[in-house]
Ligand binder design. Structure first.
Ligand SMILES: Cc1cc2nc3c(=O)[nH]c(=O)nc-3n(C[C@H](O)[C@H](O)[C@H](O)COP(=O)(O)O)c2cc1C
Length: 307
């Protein structure tokens, strides 16, 4: 391994040893998850989406691994509510790892109340989940309306000091919505969430998930996520993007960086490969940068967007 190559990156004002973090919902709601995620090698921890009150989520079946390599889930945002926030933030702080708290809400007030609590408890940044595709009144129902996105981001970023990240999903108006989030004060964008989809049990002759619809993640959505990162970076050059969507190996991570992402979140990769995912990706990135004769990962961010 070439030790001269620098994989560190600065995002959200945090200096991270490398660009790989877990995606929200992959562990991250219990204090003991901090040690597991650290053992996976993440450079920062992203929590599960927290809402004001505890949520039980949908009833089983809520997740299925698909034959095409993707995962379809409809968890329904289960989480312990703000009571659980302090414990996981404390646990991350005591282990010296930055923590980005994912915040959900069904109203502007709920988003800002949870964000304020998270900041008080010591969160390094807040990621607003404006894009969950399978939970009624939360997420994408709000996040596909540019005006609502503007209002939620403005209210939250006006109420706290730590950086606010808007996590957006796939919509036809992604450029306009991204612009509204930035205008309202978002320091960065996370692109993208899972994509609304379904799977049919052909022997039972009915939808597999209890909620019928779920969010598709993993390799099948990767080319779509790359396209979104590329388009948004091109439109608002120089902005901070954290990519998510089917990054499974060093090649798919490299694509995200070239499209304009400064950091990459891993969801399905950590579910499928656990502690093997990150070391494999970092090794591949070292070799790739070495072959390109590039000394610092920062130099490749957005390169595919050269005009
Ligand atoms: C089981 C599961 C639970 C998830 N829960 C959340 C969540 O609570 N909040 C959120 O913003 N995204 C959630 N996501 C979406 C991921 O954070 C990520 O945006 C998406 O899975 C795409 O990345 P991937 O293809 O690397 O998995 C979840 C995804 C999965 C698979």
């Amino acid at each position: 391994m070439n030790m001269e190559i620098d994989l560190s990156i600065e995002v959200l004002g945090l200096r991270l040893i490398h660009p790989l973090m877990n995606a929200s919902g992959i562990l991250g709601h219990m204090p003991e998850h901090v040690d597991i995620l650290k053992s996976y090698g993440v450079s920062a921890i992203v929590t599960k989406t927290f809402t004001l009150k505890p949520r039980e989520g949908h009833k089983e079946p809520i997740i299925v691994e698909l034959p095409n390599g993707g995962i379809l889930n409809s968890m329904g945002l289960p989480n312990p509510g703000i009571i659980g926030l302090e414990r996981i933030i404390k646990s991350a702080k005591s282990r010296n790892i930055p923590v980005i708290v994912s915040v959900g809400g069904s109203s502007i007030k709920e988003f800002s109340e949870v964000a304020i609590k998270a900041e008080e408890a010591g969160a390094n940044a807040i990621e607003l989940n404006l894009s969950c595709p399978h939970t009624k009144s939360y997420g994408l129902e709000l996040g596909q309306d540019p005006l609502i996105v503007y209002e939620v981001v403005r209210e939250v970023s006006g109420s706290i000091k730590v950086p606010v990240v808007a996590k957006l999903g796939l919509t036809d108006r992604i450029i306009e919505i991204a612009g509204k989030a930035l205008e309202a004060g978002a320091r960065a964008l996370t692109l993208i969430n899972t994509i609304k989809a379904m799977y049919i049990d052909i022997f039972a002759a009915k939808p597999f998930l209890s909620n019928i619809y779920g969010g598709l993640s993993g390799p099948p959505i990767h080319p779509i996520a790359v396209r979104v990162v590329y388009d948004v970076y091109r439109e608002y050059e120089g902005i901070e993007i954290i990519a998510a969507g089917g990054a499974i190996d060093w090649h798919s991570v490299a694509e995200f960086l070239l499209a304009g992402a400064k950091a990459v979140q891993l969801g399905t990769a950590l579910i499928l490969k656990r502690e093997k995912a990150i070391p494999e990706i970092l090794k591949g990135l070292y070799v790739w940068l070495g072959e390109l004769n590039i000394k610092s990962l920062k130099e490749v961010v957005g390169l595919a967007n050269r005009k």
